[in-house]
Design a binder for this molecule. Structure first.
Ligand SMILES: Cc1ncc(COP(=O)(O)O)c(C=O)c1O
Length: 322
């Protein structure tokens, strides 16, 4: 199921098997059968990026790679630095200069080289590509190598296993580059092939983005992005991916699953974060809070119905945004 052949090459920090909380008060408040929260914030390095980078760096070790580079909104850079430290692989992290200072400090503590540049992740992507060309470093840019996705798919396996192989009706995922969303969907296809789940009632997959940078929502609603699309920064850094490389694969997941996309503004993200903290005693990353804000809008629109079970993914830890 995962691409590493020799167990000795596995580079793990004990990522995965994160809890699924049942949010009873939220389920009652929004009149939905059950709302689950898959809490990825408790992963090593504080986000679901740990899953993808554990597998990618394990495979890099197996392939004899000595040097890596990654463009990142932040969390993937923190995770890559940690796994490369453990694997004794050199890492260069290229991130927008406005990323959280905690993540910049984390990257340096793990001994990786940090490059900060003005602009968005796409500018970081260009520089990472130049570095890869010049130095021979392996480029781990989202969806441009196959192994991060393989790690992310473990999220789908776990949702199925932890919910006793009964998939929820709806899965809500805060989405930027798309590895999380596409990985979960791939996992469900694999589990179906193994006959571990019956997939005739597929979960409807939901992409949540910030109104400050919502290319996928524009594509889902209008078939294309506006010509004059001007992305802006957001407190939900991980969602700011103006030109996602895996646009078509994400769209395919939405079409195949009969899902949808929804965008939320910065105030809705902040308010949703406060609501979950005060109601359920859980701190969400801004991206996770965006997913919760999206959930509320979909219940208002009756796109989510009263008898349904919903799984919201909190992709990161609140503690990393300072
Ligand atoms: C906390 C968090 N949530 C969501 C995302 C978006 O993930 P993906 O690029 O897999 O869509 C990111 C990406 O940086 C992130 O750090």
């Amino acid at each position: 199921m995962l691409p590493v052949f020799d167990e000795q090459n596995i580079v793990s920090l004990n990522e995965g098997f994160t809890p699924i909380h049942t949010l009873n008060k939220i389920s009652n408040r929004y009149k939905v059968n059950t709302v689950y929260l898959k809490d990825e914030g408790v992963n090593p390095t504080g986000s679901f990026k740990a899953r993808g980078l554990s597998v990618a760096i394990s495979k890099a070790k197996e392939l004899g790679i000595e040097q890596c580079v990654i463009p990142t909104a932040g969390n993937a850079g923190g995770a890559l630095s940690a796994y490369c430290a453990k694997a004794k692989i050199k890492a260069t992290i290229v991130m927008p200069e406005n990323s959280a200072s905690v993540i910049k400090e984390e990257v340096q503590l793990y001994g990786a080289k940090l490059l900060q540049i003005p602009g968005f992740i796409q500018q970081c992507g260009k520089l990472a590509e130049e570095i890869a060309q010049k130095t021979g470093a392996f480029n781990l840019s989202t969806m441009k190598e196959p192994y991060r996705l393989e790690g992310k798919k473990t999220l789908g396996y776990e949702i199925a296993e932890q919910l006793n192989w009964q998939l929820p009706d709806v899965i809500i995922f805060p989405t930027g580059g798309g590895t999380g969303l596409i990985g979960i969907w791939k996992a469900f296809h694999e589990l179906e092939q193994l006959n571990w789940i019956t997939f005739n009632k597929k979960p409807r997959m939901v992409i949540v983005q910030t109104k400050n940078c919502n290319p996928m929502i524009q594509i889902i609603k209008n078939g294309q992005k506006q010509n004059n699309f001007q992305p802006q920064h957001s407190i939900a850094n991980g969602l700011v991916v103006p030109t996602p490389f895996a646009e078509k694969s994400m769209l395919r997941v939405i079409i195949e699953s009969n899902g949808t996309g929804i965008d939320v503004n910065e105030e809705e993200i902040q308010k949703s974060m406060q609501e979950i903290a005060k109601t359920e005693g859980l701190l969400l990353s801004p991206e996770g809070a965006a997913a919760f804000a999206g959930f509320k809008k979909l219940t208002e629109k009756n796109w989510i119905e009263a008898h349904e079970n919903v799984c919201i993914v909190n992709t990161g830890s609140w503690y990393k945004y300072h």
